[in-house]
Design a protein around this ligand. Structure first.
Ligand code: ADP
Length: 149
C-alpha cells in the first residue's frame, strides 16, 4: 500500500474486520422461561446479555443484567414472572448480520448505549439468532489490530 498514510492503512485494516470473524456463541432462553431461571442461565453461561426466542427460535427480546436486577427489586416471586414480561422486545431490538463491518456494530453499541447485539439471519417469519457481538468482541479486535503489525 505504497502512498497510503498510516491513518489510511489503519482505516483499511479496521474496515477489513467483519462480524463473521469476531462474533461469539449466543446464549438464548425461551420467552416462557421465568426470571429466576434466566438469572441462573446468565450466571452459568457467564454472559451479560441473554436473547429471548420463541418456539421457532425466532428472536423476540433481549435481557440485560440490569433488566434482571430491576425485576429482582419487585415484590413478585421471580419464579412466577416469565421473561417476556420484563424483556426489551421486538421491534426495538438492534441487530447485526455476519456480513456487517465490525466497526458498524461498534457504532450501534455506542449510539444505542447497549452492550451486545444479536447476530441474526432473516427467515420467512422472523430473525434466527446465530451469534452475539459484545463490547468484549470489539475490545479483542482492537487488541488484535496491534498484534498484526
Ligand atoms: P445493562 O442494562 O445491564 O446496562 P445494556 O446496556 O446492554 O445492559 O442494556 C440497556 C437496555 O437496553 C436494557 O433494557 C436492555 O434490555 C436493552 N438492550 C440490550 N441490548 C439491546 C439490543 N441489542 N437492542 C435493543 N435493546 C437492547
Amino acid at each position: 500500500y505504497t502512498g497510503k498514510t498510516s491513518n489510511e492503512l489503519l482505516t483499511h485494516n479496521i474496515k477489513k474486520m467483519k462480524v463473521s470473524e469476531h462474533f461469539s456463541v449466543p446464549v438464548v432462553v425461551n420467552e416462557h422461561v421465568n426470571v429466576y431461571d434466566a438469572i441462573t442461565t446468565m450466571f452459568l453461561e457467564d454472559v451479560g446479555t441473554l436473547f429471548v426466542v420463541d418456539e421457532h427460535s425466532h428472536l423476540q427480546g433481549v435481557l440485560s443484567r440490569k433488566d434482571l436486577l430491576r425485576a429482582s427489586l419487585g415484590q413478585q416471586s421471580l419464579q412466577e414472572v416469565p421473561v417476556h414480561i420484563i424483556m426489551t422486545r421486538m421491534p426495538m431490538i438492534k441487530v447485526c448480520k455476519k456480513e456487517d463491518l465490525l466497526i458498524d456494530t461498534a457504532n450501534k453499541l455506542i449510539e444505542n448505549q447497549i452492550d451486545a447485539l444479536p447476530v441474526v439471519q432473516e427467515k420467512d417469519e422472523g430473525l434466527e439468532v446465530i451469534g452475539r457481538v459484545t463490547k468484549t468482541n470489539i475490545t479483542r479486535a482492537f487488541v488484535e489490530l496491534v498484534k498484526e503489525d
